[in-house]
Ligand binder design. Sequence first.
Ligand code: ACO
Ligand code: SER
Length: 179
Amino acid sequence: MFKKINKDIEYIMENDPAARSKIEVFLLYPSIHARISHMVSHFLYNHKLFFTARLISQISRFLTGIEIHPGATLGDSILIDHGMGVVIGETAEVGNRVTIYHGTTLGGTGKDKGKRHPTIKDNVIIGAGTKILGPITVGSNSKIGANSAVLKDIPEGATVVGMAADIVRIKGVKIEDIK
Ligand SMILES: CC(=O)SCCNC(=O)CCNC(=O)[C@H](O)C(C)(C)COP(=O)(O)OP(=O)(O)OC[C@H]1O[C@@H](n2cnc3c(N)ncnc32)[C@H](O)[C@@H]1OP(=O)(O)O
Ligand SMILES: N[C@@H](CO)C(=O)O
């Protein structure tokens, strides 16, 4: 656990211009506190202690504003910057060297069972307010612009922006079939 936290601190020092010292990051960054809680809750989840795992995750959410389901899998060198409003679902998988800004959801669409949350590969930046929904994959070295909504696989090295709210169905009928 200490090695993992140290990797996070080093990644944060490299990637957050606001970070002034390792001790500041350790004591004051909700990213670190949420990660420590998640490591404990994930361990309990893997040992089928689901209620206690969830309890720790909820206390951590209260303290940091970051909700990481105990079942989610997170790699090394993670920065959840500012933290508030981040929600990471049970079957989400996050790789290494990933920056997640506040207001991000790695969520389900409500339509899938089993694996229902996204997989984020390595070296990805996810902008503030982004919603990535469904069991999709965001390829490595991708950047997701702030306030984007992502519902399909993103290839490696892509920049993705936008949250166009189009009407696609009315009463279940496709718009092109109505015209
Ligand atoms: C207190 C704080 O600072 S909290 C921190 C909040 N910051 C964030 O959430 C950072 C998120 N980062 C972004 O949104 C960045 O703009 C990135 C990661 C998308 C930039 O990625 P890059 O690959 O460098 O893209 P680039 O800057 O070249 O922009 C590509 C195009 O997308 C547009 N674009 C960039 N970001 C966005 C966005 N969030 N929404 C809509 N369009 C966008 C650009 O204007 C540009 O348009 P153009 O092709 O017409 O010129
Ligand atoms: N922490 C980042 C975003 O707020 C910075 O200072 O740029």
